[in-house]
Design a binder for this molecule. Structure first.
Ligand SMILES: *[C@@H]1O[C@H](CO)[C@@H](O)[C@H](O)[C@H]1NC(C)=O
Ligand SMILES: *[C@@H]1O[C@H](CO)[C@@H](O)[C@H](O)[C@H]1NC(C)=O
Ligand SMILES: *[C@@H]1O[C@H](CO)[C@@H](O)[C@H](O)[C@H]1NC(C)=O
Ligand SMILES: *[C@@H]1O[C@H](CO)[C@@H](O)[C@H](O)[C@H]1NC(C)=O
Ligand SMILES: *[C@@H]1O[C@H](CO)[C@@H](O)[C@H](O)[C@H]1NC(C)=O
Length: 207
């Protein structure tokens, strides 16, 4: 054996994660997300503008395989004004694995959060908004650009790696470690007094 094999499997960490879409369009969606199997609480956010003359009545979230076309798939989730966001039939595979926000007349986004990222979540996503004008008439639907969630097996698989590659992997690992579920999450301590009545709040600094 003259080869050194270093094999890292780091499942609960995020490699790159950019939550916000940034196009100037009316409807946008989180930019491409690269995650690892087992990453927790990964939000996919659809953002939309609401001006004074119209209101968003419905947001539909679509998912497709890379080879499919959005025109051929049904939405996986629907967010309707003042109703709980819900998964529909094509999104049944996500039951119990995601949280959906509820949209109200003041909302500017609708979010589906993956509790624990799985291989099958590697798909292309797009959202579409429906608007009504002040008279209640429907306006043309607006679509976001597509975005992709890529799910990788681990942070890095190193074969005959050099020191700097290993160090980089460890750095990425540590950077995201505090965000792990059940891991310590530090909340800044309130800077006011510390009377006994505040003891409980202080104990909640670590949650
Ligand atoms: C997002 O991913 C798609 C598919 O891999 C790619 O074509 C596109 O360029 C990516 N967009 C950005 C902003 O990285
Ligand atoms: C494509 O997506 C459908 C569900 O929309 C799924 O049943 C099918 O297995 C997927 N195909 C591939 C190659 O991932
Ligand atoms: C959305 O509303 C439902 C029912 O009203 C509620 O059970 C759920 O917790 C709400 N979801 C969020 C993310 O607030
Ligand atoms: C979504 O909107 C809420 C307010 O409704 C805001 O607090 C939150 O930061 C927004 N999230 C994103 C990702 O834009
Ligand atoms: C380690 O490998 C990376 C990628 O192959 C390379 O960019 C880097 O220069 C190497 N570093 C050392 C110290 O050899």
């Amino acid at each position: 054996m003259h080869l050194t094999y270093l094999y890292f499997h780091i499942y609960t960490l995020l490699l790159i994660h950019k939550p916000f879409g940034s196009l100037a369009a009316k409807v946008s969606i989180s930019q491409n997300i690269t995650g690892l199997i087992g990453n927790i609480d990964i939000p996919l956010t659809c953002s939309f503008t609401n001006d004074a003359n119209e209101k968003t009545t419905k947001v539909e979230l679509f998912a497709k395989n890379k080879t499919d076309d959005f025109d051929d798939v049904r939405p996986i989730a629907i967010f309707e004004l003042d109703k709980p966001g819900r998964l529909i039939t094509s999104g049944n595979y996500l039951k119990g694995r995601v949280t959906l926000t509820n949209i109200t007349s003041t909302s500017t986004n609708a979010t589906l959060t993956f509790h624990v990222l799985k291989c099958e979540d590697e798909r292309d996503y797009m959202c579409q908004c429906e608007y009504n004008d002040n008279d209640g008439a429907s306006l043309p639907k607006e679509k976001s650009p597509p975005t992709r969630i890529s799910v990788q097996e681990s942070c890095i698989k190193i074969q005959r790696s050099n020191v700097s590659e290993v160090e980089e992997c460890i750095a990425v690992t540590l950077k995201h470690a505090p965000a792990q579920k059940n891991g310590p999450r530090y909340k800044k301590r309130p800077e006011t007094n510390t009377r006994p009545a505040d003891q409980r709040a202080e104990n909640q600094n670590l949650e």
